[in-house]
Design a protein around this ligand. Structure first.
Ligand SMILES: Nc1ncnc2c1ncn2[C@@H]1O[C@H](COP(=O)(O)OP(=O)(O)OP(=O)(O)O)[C@@H](O)[C@H]1O
Length: 229
């Protein structure tokens, strides 16, 4: 469980407040543009520090912990793949950034590439793959890191609808298998409905406690209604 205990984070003239607990499982993060969704993820990832409050993961205070030491992996919209490395090397970096992988680790890379439907692409470079395949490489790297907290910021926004729903289904399956806790920022209510039983609404600099996705989107509060159109 991830607890936001009386958090206040200041960024320029903007403040983000959060005071709730996030249970294990899949969560969408939804809210108008500029409401603070990416800021919330940056707080959990350790890239921004709160001026007040604590962030607690499974009873451990991680407020001051460096990003690389947190139990967190992040999947960004721009997949941050290294163009000069092969697919297998890009994925292997999830295990060891220096890429000194032993036999068992190399086998795990092969296995996770199979899982995301990329068996046979290990020796290619990202530039030789489609956008959807590149997204899967980034997903494979995140899965291999196997951190219990997964942050996704509009991860599949660039994909077509069919590929996107395929990736969301794959991600849901793997998250359920691993028992991870996920926060996924999305602008698409259909993605939130498909992926996340619970949604964190971010409204005017306040992140609200997660609530059931369907009812929230069926009857959104005025700000969210205006944003969703
Ligand atoms: N580096 C910064 N310095 C000062 N203010 C910032 C900075 N980055 C973002 N902000 C402000 O913080 C607020 C929240 O930004 P954030 O990116 O979290 O919103 P968001 O909900 O993710 O928006 P979007 O949906 O448009 O990506 C915005 O009002 C933005 O102007």
């Amino acid at each position: 469980m991830l607890e936001f205990r009386d958090i206040l984070l200041r960024q320029g003239g903007f403040t983000l407040a959060a005071d709730f607990a996030l249970p294990q499982g899949r969560h969408a993060v939804i809210g108008a543009s500029g409401s603070g969704k990416s800021t919330l993820l940056a707080l959990v990832g350790g890239f921004l520090s709160p001026e007040r409050g604590r962030l607690v993961w499974d009873g451990q205070d991680i407020t001051g912990m460096a990003p690389g030491r947190r139990p967190v992996s992040t999947l960004f919209q721009h997949h941050n793949l290294f163009p000069h490395l092969t697919v297998a090397q890009n994925v292997g970096m999830g295990l060891r950034p220096d890429l000194r992988l032993d036999r068992a680790q190399k086998d795990r890379v092969t296995q996770v590439l199979e899982e995301v439907g990329l068996g046979g692409t290990a020796d290619r470079r990202p530039g030789a793959l489609s956008g959807g395949q590149q997204g899967r490489v980034a997903l494979a790297r995140v899965l291999l890191r196997a951190r219990p907290l997964l942050l996704l910021d509009e991860p599949f926004a660039a994909l077509g609808p069919a590929l996107k729903s395929e990736m969301l289904a794959l991600l849901s399956r793997i998250v359920d298998e691993t028992g991870a806790t996920v926060l996924m920022v999305t602008h698409d209510p259909a993605d939130a409905r498909a992926f996340a039983p619970l949604t964190v609404l971010v409204e005017d600099g306040r992140a609200h406690a997660p609530c059931p996705t369907g009812p929230l989107l069926d009857d959104p509060p005025p700000g969210l209604r205006a944003y969703l159109g």
